[in-house]
Design a protein around this ligand. Structure first.
Ligand code: MLT
Length: 236
């Protein structure tokens, strides 16, 4: 049986060997949720970029741009990091360059994985099915916040582990802890996550609606994956 493990922050990634694994990168609030939403609304490809300057360079090459620093939209970008910014059809068939404080950095650090997938509550079941199809040792990488773990990504990791326990062997206590936390919180995810530090940060930016949206389960069935330098989805 293949294994599932959880890395609670990119700072701990060196303790895992990622090269032979499928990596699932998650930043529930809000980068991975916004990416999934953009693809569900027609985005063709997304270049994740760790730094603002890289994103600006791609703007000059006709990419649309999206992203935030400390939650706020970067000046001069076309979109911020809200799922509501990317669901009005403007991205249909387009290329997007995106940079966020933690999410795109976590992607950058996972590029050596055998396959890199993007996860959030919005695509939970589609993602679990894809991970089962791939049937490889799998590592869930939580983007966290500036090197620290965060509860929302850990809860999502636990939700994914809970969906995979019949098919994968749990490896390591962080996967077990994530699953137990999720099982404890699943009936009131909003109540639990609204207490987190990032929820409070988002509230200052009036992004409570974003948070409610990002906690919806199975809203979409797209699973973005990294192909060469771009995130794409399987064409239907
Ligand atoms: C991040 O990458 O740190 C987040 O997506 C921040 C945010 O909520 O905009």
């Amino acid at each position: 049986m293949k294994t599932i493990e959880v890395c609670l922050t990119p700072e701990l990634l060196h303790q895992h060997s990622i090269v032979e694994k499928v990596a699932v990168v998650v930043d529930v609030l809000r980068a991975s949720s916004t990416m999934i939403t953009a693809f569900a609304h027609g985005l063709e490809r997304l270049m994740p970029v760790a730094y603002v300057e890289g994103c600006m360079a791609l703007q000059r090459l006709d990419y649309l741009s999206a992203g935030e620093r400390d939650g706020a939209k970067v000046e001069g970008f076309d979109f911020g990091n809200s799922p509501y910014d990317v669901m009005n059809g403007e991205l249909k068939g387009k290329s997007l360059a995106m940079t966020t404080t933690n999410g795109t950095l976590a992607i950058e650090k996972s590029k050596s994985a055998k396959q890199l997938l993007i996860g959030a509550f919005l695509n939970l079941s589609a993602l679990a099915n894809r991970v089962k199809e791939l049937d490889e040792d799998t590592l869930v990488l939580c983007a966290g916040w500036k090197g620290q773990m965060n509860l929302e990504d850990t809860l999502f990791a636990g939700a994914l582990v809970a969906q995979l326990t019949n098919d994968f062997k749990i490896k390591g206590d962080s996967a077990l802890a994530a699953q137990l936390l999720y099982e404890n919180a699943q009936n009131d995810l909003y109540g639990v996550i609204s207490q987190t530090s990032h929820a409070q940060r988002l509230n200052k930016l009036s992004a409570d609606e974003d948070m409610r949206f990002c906690l919806k389960k199975d809203e979409y069935n797209v699973v973005p994956f990294l192909e060469s330098e771009h995130l794409v989805i399987q064409s239907s």
